[in-house]
Design a binder for this molecule. Structure first.
Ligand code: GLU
Ligand code: ZN
Length: 318
C-alpha cells in the first residue's frame, strides 16, 4: 500500500526525530492554511504528512489559520476549511474544530496583532528593523541592469524614517551570513537571504503583518518543534531562521519540505484547479477516504490510488 521507497525514507525520518528530540518533549507540529480560498488536494497532501508523521511520533497537531493578509482572507473560507477538515476526519489537537466559533484564539493570526507588535517593537529597539517608504515603482526604477527585482537594495536602512507615516512598511535587517539547516528530507541546505531577498518586510505598506513575521512568531509562541511544509516554501526557511534567531529562539525545530502535487503540465496545483478542490470532490460524491487516498497517492505516499482512512496515516511513516 505505502510506496516502498517512500516509506523507507519516511521511516528513517521518524526514527531520526525520535532519536534527537529531548526526552519528555512532546512533538508539536502545525497545519497552517491561509483562508484565501478553499482547500484543494495540495493542502490535503500536506495534511497527510503533518498528521501522519506527527501521530507516528506520538505528537500533537496545531491547526493555525494564517489570515495575516487582511485583504485576501475571508471568514467564509475559514468556515469552509473547518468544515472540510471535519468531513475528512482530520482532527487537530490544538486549535480544535470546536474552538473557532467561540471568538478570538491564539491560533488565528488576525487575533494576534498585539503579540506581533511587541515582537516588532523588540526588533526595532535592537536595530534589526526599520521603516521603508519605497514603492514597487521606486524599487524598479533603482534596479541595476540584470539585478533581481525581488532583492531589496537596502535603500531605507539608514534613513531613519518615521514608522507612523502612511504607506510605510517595516523591514527586517538580514545579516550577510549564510544560513545552514538540515532538512529532514532534502538534507543539508545552505541559503543566503542577503542574496535571495535582502531586507524583507515584516509589516507591509497596506497595514498587514507579513507571512514571515507571523509564522516565525507563532511557531515560537506555540512551541512548534516540527515544521512540515511543501517544497514551495523551501526558500523561506533561511530568512525565517535569521528572524527566529533575532527573536531569541533557543532550539531549532526539525524542518522538512515535502514534494508537491503537480498538475498535468507540471505546475504546482492552485486554487484555480477546480477539479482538485475538496468541495468539488465532495459534491462529485467522493468519500473522505477517497479524497485522502487521492492526495496521498498524488504526492507519492501510496503506490496506488486507494481509499485511505485518517487513522491509517501514521502507518505510512512507520
Ligand atoms: N500558510 C502557508 C500556506 O498556506 C503555510 C505556512 C508554513 O507552513 O510555513 O502556504
Ligand atoms: Zn525603502
Amino acid at each position: 500500500m505505502a510506496r516502498p521507497e517512500a516509506q523507507k525514507r519516511y521511516r528513517h525520518l521518524v526514527q531520526h526525530c525520535t532519536d534527537h528530540i529531548p526526552e519528555n518533549t512532546p512533538v508539536i507540529s502545525r497545519f497552517a492554511p491561509s483562508p484565501t480560498g478553499y482547500l484543494h488536494l495540495g493542502h490535503i497532501a500536506n495534511a497527510c504528512f503533518v498528521w501522519g508523521i506527527t501521530r507516528a511520533l506520538g505528537g500533537r497537531v496545531i491547526l493555525r489559520m494564517e489570515d495575516h493578509d487582511r485583504e485576501r482572507c475571508r471568514p467564509e473560507y475559514e468556515t469552509a476549511i473547518l468544515e472540510d477538515l471535519d468531513w475528512l476526519g482530520l482532527e487537530p489537537d490544538l486549535g480544535t474544530l470546536d474552538t473557532w466559533q467561540k471568538g478570538a484564539t491564539i491560533y488565528r493570526q488576525s487575533d494576534c496583532g498585539a503579540r506581533y507588535q511587541s515582537a516588532l517593537d523588540k526588533l526595532i529597539a535592537q536595530g534589526r528593523a526599520y521603516a521603508c517608504d519605497c514603492s514597487r515603482k521606486s524599487l524598479s526604477e533603482r534596479l541595476a541592469p540584470g539585478k533581481n527585482d525581488l532583492v531589496y537594495d537596502g535603500h531605507c536602512r539608514e534613513r531613519e524614517l518615521d514608522f507612523a507615516q502612511p504607506d510605510t512598511s517595516v523591514r527586517f535587517c538580514v545579516t550577510p551570513d549564510a544560513v545552514q539547516f538540515d532538512d529532514l528530507l532534502l538534507g543539508v541546505q545552505v541559503q543566503s537571504p542577503v542574496e535571495q531577498c535582502g531586507d524583507f518586510p515584516l509589516y507591509d505598506r497596506h497595514g498587514n503583518w507579513t507571512y514571515h513575521l507571523a509564522v516565525v512568531i507563532d511557531d515560537l509562541a506555540q512551541g512548534v518543534n516540527l515544521i512540515i511544509r511543501g517544497e514551495d516554501l523551501l526558500d523561506s526557511t533561511g530568512r525565517q531562521e535569521q528572524l527566529a534567531m533575532a527573536l531569541g529562539r533557543e532550539t531549532r525545530p526539525f524542518i522538512m519540505h515535502h514534494p508537491l502535487i503537480m498538475d498535468a503540465e507540471g505546475r504546482k496545483l492552485s486554487k484555480r484547479d477546480a477539479d482538485t478542490g475538496i468541495r468539488e470532490l465532495r459534491e462529485a460524491g467522493c468519500s473522505p477516504e477517497t479524497v485522502l487516498g487521492k492526495a496521498a497517492w498524488a504526492c507519492g505516499l501510496l503506490d496506488q490510488e486507494i481509499p485511505l482512512h485518517p487513522g491509517a496515516l501514521p502507518e505510512l511513516f512507520r
